[in-house]
Design a binder for this molecule. Structure first.
Ligand SMILES: *Cc1c(COP(=O)(O)O)cnc(C)c1O
Length: 387
């Protein structure tokens, strides 16, 4: 389906609200019925009816249609955070005694969901590198119900071969869930590559303005109905109509934001790859990425998130670098209009010498909507701290 049609027309019944271009925020918990028959019919079809806002809301429903269509799927659910979307989608797939194979180093709360919460209910998880599809095949057991993927991840950008892993999973009746936040639904066509369920933190690109927390679950009618009936309604981690309205407003500019971010990031990456204070650039489309061919095969859009390893072991120099930047704000999250940095050394006390998931001279950069020249000048002056 045409992206312009999806973002401007799909799901908008403008004649129901005075032909207003921007839809109303239907800030109501419940909806009234004239007849018992109509109420009865809504009870039988809560996912599409307008009965109670935990189940469906007209403002949220516009988003549900657009997000599903953007990913090429039947339906979607909108939640109050990406973490809620992942937990809701995953819990719906497993019961006591089941086994999950999950990518190593997924988003931190996905890791905790498997390690801390699901293990309390007798669901076991094996974490795999996933850079070879065989990592998933070899870890699968007779009781494996679910593969969790995140390609690329959002600190070191390892990829998984989505087509190969989903083909194997289908042959074994194993459900696949991917966290596709890095690419957005238009930057990587997971459903078309055979993945069953796509999850996003909409706090990132889908909303794109750093002003709400939200998440989405996307899939075919069977998968979405199953999740809706139990975990979605029971955990009740919904988005508010007002936040849905903000997300709808942000979503309208998704393609032009991604285009601008992709172009600027390419320029920043090539500047950093040639800079003497940078030891390594980690980015799916970096010329030094050993998985570059796979990135080209399955990612339609290169992304705005990358990491650099600075050429120093001195954490105080890394700190100086971060604190010398002007346009790059030091903050968690990403996907908004503003460029950001996240130094890995902030995860550990400075005296820490034990196991670290990421080297202390690694800094993650997110490229926002500023001009590339402004961002490169900013990096250039701050990298003086390193050399
Ligand atoms: C931010 C993020 C999440 C969690 O989303 P929230 O909206 O913050 O709950 C999950 N996965 C990835 C890859 C993320 O970047």
């Amino acid at each position: 389906m045409d992206i312009s049609y999806i973002l401007n027309l799909l799901g908008e019944d403008r004649d129901k609200y005075y032909n207003a271009i921007a839809p109303p925020v239907i800030q109501s918990s419940n909806f009234a019925f004239d007849t018992v028959a109509a109420l009865r019919s809504a009870f039988g079809n809560e996912k599409s009816a307008h009965l109670y806002t935990r189940g469906n809301n007209p403002t949220v429903e516009i988003l549900r249609k657009k997000i599903a269509a953007l990913a090429g799927a039947d339906d979607s659910l909108i939640l109050g955070s990406g973490a809620a979307a992942m937990a809701t989608a995953v819990i719906a797939q497993v019961q006591q005694g089941d086994h999950i194979v999950c990518i190593r180093k997924p988003y931190s709360w996905t890791d905790k969901l498997c390690r801390i919460i699901l293990s309390r209910f007798g669901v076991e998880t094996t974490f795999v590198a996933g850079t070879s599809p065989a990592d998933y095949f070899d870890a699968a057991k007779p009781n494996t119900k679910l593969f969790i993927l995140e390609s690329p991840n959002t600190f070191t950008y390892e990829l998984q071969d989505l087509a190969a892993i989903s083909t194997f999973a289908k042959s074994k009746n194993i459900t696949t869930i991917i966290d596709n936040t890095y690419c957005s639904p238009i930057g990587q066509r997971c459903i078309e590559m055979g993945i069953d369920i796509e999850v996003h933190s909409a706090s990132k690109y889908l909303n794109g303005h750093s002003d709400i927390i939200a998440g989405v679950i996307i899939g075919n009618n069977d998968h979405i109905s199953k999740i809706y009936r139990s975990e979605f309604m029971n955990l009740g981690a919904i988005i508010s109509p007002h936040d849905a309205w903000l997300m709808l407003r942000g979503l309208r500019t998704l393609p032009i934001r991604l285009k601008q971010i992709g172009e600027t990031t390419a320029k920043v990456v090539s500047f950093l790859e040639d800079h003497s204070a940078v030891e390594q650039v980690l980015y799916p489309f970096s010329k030094t990425n050993p998985q570059l061919e796979l990135a080209k095969k399955q990612m339609l859009w290169p992304g705005g998130l990358l990491s650099i390893v600075l050429k120093t072991e001195d954490i105080s120099k890394v700190e100086n670098f971060c604190e010398s930047l002007t346009f790059f704000k030091m903050a968690v999250s990403w996907g908004g209009h503003e460029s950001l940095i996240m130094p890995a050394c902030a995860f550990y006390p400075t005296e820490h010498t034990g196991h670290r998931t990421y080297p202390p001279n690694l800094v993650r950069l997110y490229i926002g909507l500023e001009e590339s020249t402004a961002l490169i000048e900013d990096l250039k002056q701050a990298l003086v701290c390193i050399v």
